[in-house]
Design a binder for this molecule. Structure first.
Ligand SMILES: NC(=O)C1=CN([C@@H]2O[C@H](COP(=O)(O)OP(=O)(O)OC[C@H]3O[C@@H](n4cnc5c(N)ncnc54)[C@H](O)[C@@H]3O)[C@@H](O)[C@H]2O)C=CC1
Ligand SMILES: O=C(O)[C@H]1O[C@H](OP(=O)(O)OP(=O)(O)OC[C@H]2O[C@@H](n3ccc(=O)[nH]c3=O)[C@H](O)[C@@H]2O)[C@H](O)[C@@H](O)[C@@H]1O
Length: 458
């Protein structure tokens, strides 16, 4: 059993702290947000993550887990401090490391024990070296302190499961002491561990996230071409997925990737490459494709409807993906202001994201149009002129073609997550547009009269 402190109780810090306690360590979760700490002490999770609240309550009651704003007491005599604070994007795309620096300074001035500092936040390559130097420079007591990298790979919506059943734990250490301590902290998880140097560990995180982002952008690029040449990207993805080298995951085309990480981590790596005089073309392309993808359906609908003024617009899904109440870089945040700007009356359904959306846009982003938050899909669809699907929540996936047809004033659906069957929608009389698939014939299919193949050599 180790005595551990975790700095930051966001998705990464809180889940790390709770799962460390669950496997037997003694954990203090530190945050600067007093309200958050109060909420957590009362047994309530400040974020929506399946299974998290239960584990919080269980380990808090067992005395293995505590929450505090008092970092001085929390850091003073622990074996390890995990840093899980944010590294948000700055205007030039680089990562903002000021939160990390603040914690490093607090650690340097506080620790009275030999301590391993572990950077869990996603940080540019070389940051761990700087954090270690910084702590050494400001160290008040004569203790041994080293920094190790331990990037996190959990996905929001399945954070607890992903942590307890992670595909691998990455450890980036520069000494046997640091490596051994981190390995034994993770020993009770019984998971595969890959131990490398700090810079490689930092790179593994960016390379993994950006590879996944690239995979999505690649499929979106192919989807856009599919539309032009009459192929169906879902069938294409299915055909590709049987090749084990490609795999079946992250092949879903749609209105692009959002969330707190892919958008910022692609930009941060591209920025880092630029700083080093290297043109990271593949990642740049992934960013570029994603930019165009987010408002693709809005643009299509604008062409079709000319204006949204006075129209009732059903919006299904606000969060960047299902299973989370997080809105960061969600497609809804780009599309809804455009719709409101044109005077649309939006009826938005999201099982958990509405409250957060309201916080960001309390009166509607631009003062034009209106936005009403409803508690079920039926209320959103009732008498709507057009519907946009932004998030593939189960409640949304379950909407039948008949329901669209019967509830909407005009059954016109723009699906950014490709969740419905094109033919079924057509049969029910719904005009259906998705990404990289043929639209229903009600939308007017283009017949190809192209005989160029006669001149093509294969
Ligand atoms: N959200 C995710 O799914 C994943 C995030 N990451 C990375 O982990 C890092 C953290 O991300 P999130 O957990 O999403 O961040 P978050 O923004 O949800 O949480 C950060 C927390 O740190 C607190 N904080 C700020 N300064 C502090 C200080 N000096 N002492 C203590 N607490 C402080 C904030 O009040 C906040 O509660 C980022 O680098 C991110 O890229 C990595 C994998 C997954
Ligand atoms: O570093 C991070 O923060 C995390 O980023 C992602 O996790 P997350 O952002 O929670 O969500 P994902 O499930 O990866 O989805 C990200 C975005 O990609 C989109 N996506 C995903 C898969 C797909 O096939 N198509 C697609 O458009 C989703 O709709 C969503 O907007 C990674 O999956 C995690 O491994 C990583 O730890």
């Amino acid at each position: 059993m180790y005595k551990i402190a975790v700095a930051g109780t966001g998705y990464v810090g809180l889940v790390a702290g709770v799962t460390f306690a669950e496997v037997g360590h003694q954990v203090a979760c530190v945050d600067i947000d007093e309200e958050k700490v109060k909420v957590m002490k009362s047994g309530v999770s400040p974020i929506y993550e399946e299974g998290l609240e239960k584990l919080m309550q269980k380990n808090y009651a067992a005395g293995k887990l505590d929450y505090t704003t008092d970092y001085k007491t929390a850091y003073k005599d622990v074996d390890a401090i995990f840093i899980g604070v944010g590294t948000p994007e700055q205007a030039d795309g680089s990562a903002n490391l000021s939160y990390i620096a603040t914690v490093a300074r607090q650690i340097a001035e506080t620790i009275e024990n030999d301590c391993l500092v572990v950077v869990k936040s996603t940080v540019p390559i070389g940051t761990n070296d700087k954090v270690e130097q910084f702590i050494q420079d400001f160290l008040v007591h004569d203790v041994r302190v080293e920094v190790a990298s331990n990037p996190e790979f959990l996905a929001q919506g399945s954070a607890v499961h992903d942590t307890l059943h992670a595909a691998r734990i990455i450890i980036g250490a520069e000494s046997k002491w640091a490596e051994d301590r981190l390995m034994s902290i993770y020993e009770p998880f019984k998971l595969p561990i890959v131990s490398v140097n700090r810079r490689s560990a930092e790179m593994i995180k960016y390379a993994s996230n950006d590879f996944l982002a690239l995979k999505i952008s690649y499929m979106n690029d192919i989807a856009n071409l599919c539309e032009l040449v009459g192929a169906d990207v879902q069938d294409v993805a299915k055909g590709m997925s049987f090749d084990e080298r490609i795999g079946s995951k992250f092949l879903n085309a749609g209105i692009g990737f959002g969330g707190s990480c892919f958008p910022k981590d692609t930009k941060a790596l591209e920025n880092l490459a630029r700083q080093n005089g290297y043109d990271l073309k593949t990642v740049k392309a992934a960013i570029d494709v994603n930019k165009g993808q987010k408002t693709l359906l809005y643009k299509k609908a604008s062409k079709r409807l000319i204006t949204f003024s006075g129209l009732k617009v059903a919006v299904l899904g606000l969060t960047f993906k299902p299973g989370t109440d997080d809105l960061r870089e969600a497609a809804s945040l780009e599309n809804i202001p455009l719709l409101l700007e044109q005077g649309a009356d939006i009826y938005a359904f999201d099982p958990v994201g509405a409250k957060n959306f309201e916080k960001v846009h309390p009166e509607g982003p631009n003062g034009k149009g209106t936005i009403t938050y409803v508690s079920n899909v039926e209320q959103a669809l009732q008498d709507a002129n057009v519907c946009f699907v932004f998030t593939e929540w189960e409640e949304v996936k379950k909407v039948t073609p008949k329901k669209y047809k019967n509830l909407m004033r005009t059954p016109l659906v723009y699906d950014g997550r490709n969740i419905h069957d094109v033919l079924e929608m057509e049969k029910a009389g719904v005009e259906y547009h998705s990404v990289g698939r043929p639209s229903t014939s009600l939308a007017g299919k283009k017949e190809s009269k192209n005989h160029d193949f006669q001149n093509t050599r294969y």
